[in-house]
Design a binder for this molecule. Structure first.
Ligand code: MG
Ligand code: ZN
Length: 219
């Protein structure tokens, strides 16, 4: 029994990878940099996106795909920035998959987008296994979480290109060892580019903006 379950799971992922490759091809043809934002629930993905779009929304043509199990609350916040947004409600699924991504891509005029953010469902486990066709995953982790998250959920940090430690304005009030968190993450993935930011105070956001805007040039 166990063996057949494992086979089914492999088939699902193989099918997902095929669709992800098609998405990747489409994105590449349209010259779009797609960034898949992954984190636990509440790490601050939406707040970071809103501030980013308000501050550099005029430097590139952005679009956003919002993944949540239910509600369009986050999509409304993105919409208020003036950036095109498509909400995907996954209902029972705890991650976005490449098929959902394809449907979301169909809702945009791809030729008028330079950079596409995908805000995945808050979950550090399966979004690590589901390629959507994005150029890179960027993992977020807030200082209100345990600093050992990279050790507990290594796959997510291994498959990500960057780590954004968020809510650094709260550091004086929490027992979060930011040096240890960075060390753990780099131990899992020495190539991770690490940013330590606050979407509230604005601290260190310029460095992150440079990374986002320059990433568009090496497609
Ligand atoms: Mg959100
Ligand atoms: Zn899932």
């Amino acid at each position: 029994m166990t063996r057949s379950v494992i086979t089914i799971k492999k088939d699902i992922l193989a099918k997902n990878d095929e669709l992800a490759d098609e998405n990747r091809k489409r994105l590449k043809e349209a010259g779009i940099l797609a960034i898949n934002l992954v984190s636990s629930p509440g790490a601050g993905k939406t707040s970071l996106l809103v501030r980013t779009l308000n501050e550099i929304g005029n430097k590139a043509r952005f679009a956003v795909i919002e993944g949540d199990q239910e509600t369009d609350n986050d999509a409304k916040k993105i919409e208020a920035t003036g950036v095109p947004v498509t909400q995907i409600n996954t209902i029972s699924a705890c991650h976005l998959d490449a098929g959902m991504m394809r449907k979301a891509l169909d809702t945009f005029d791809l030729d008028s987008i330079d950079t596409l953010f995908i805000e995945n469902v808050g979950n550090l486990v399966c979004p690590a296994s589901y390629d959507l066709g994005e150029k890179m995953k960027v993992a977020l982790m807030s200082v209100t979480e345990g600093e050992d998250k990279p050790l507990k959920y290594p796959k997510m940090f291994r498959v990500s290109s960057a780590l954004v430690i968020t809510k650094t304005d709260l550091l004086p009030y929490v027992d979060f060892d930011i040096t240890a968190a960075t060390d753990y993450a780099l131990k899992i993935n020495p190539d991770l580019k690490v940013f330590k930011v606050s979407a509230k105070s604005g601290d260190a956001l310029l460095e992150l903006y440079d990374f986002i805007l320059s990433g568009a040039h090496d497609l």
